[in-house]
Every structure is written in C-alpha cells, then in structure tokens.
Design a protein around this ligand. Sequence first.
Ligand SMILES: [Zn+2]
Length: 109
Amino acid sequence: MAGSGAAPDKRWSLRGLTDEGDEAWLIRGISRKLYRCPGCHGEIEIGADHTIVQYVHRLGGTEHHHWHRRCAEELLAPELRQLRRVPASESSQGKLEARGKSRAGRRRR
Ligand SMILES: [Zn+2]
C-alpha cells in the first residue's frame, strides 16, 4: 500500500471535492468493455478491477469516467479536497444520479 488509502474497494468508496466544488466519487468497478483511462490514456481491459470516477456537479447533473486504480490514486485523488471514505452502498449509480438532480433543484449563488 502506498499509504494514501485513496483506493476504493468493495465496501468503501471515496468522496472528495474538485476545485470547482463538484463532488467526485471514486468507486470500485469491473469493466464490461474496453475503456480508456483519462490519466494515462491507456486502455483498461475488459474484466479489469478499476476505479469509476463519478462527478456530481455543483449545479446538478452527473458524469463519470473510468480510470486505472493506480492512475486514480496517484493522479486524481491528490487533486481532490476533503477526500474521505464512504460506504460503497452510498455510491450506487441511482443514488448519485438522484443526488445530481436534487442539487440542481436547490441551485443558489
Ligand atoms: Zn491509467
């Protein structure tokens, strides 16, 4: 272990904030097709244990990317603020999408 603890697993996901104030959720996933990692631009093979990074935007809406575990841990996690572990059950796709919608509903400046 690198000691950062910034890698999600089955039980735990991670949640942090980007500089823009969007939430970034790091969730463990198994790839069902070939993805390209935004960190290193390399391929993530089918069936690979990897990290799904789901953004919940401050003004509503969600967006996700697939990262190599290592790239997410080394390149992305250090950029996030207030990164903390949250139970994986809190980070299901449905819950995060609902979160994206409710955030849009209480937009404020
Ligand atoms: Zn990568």
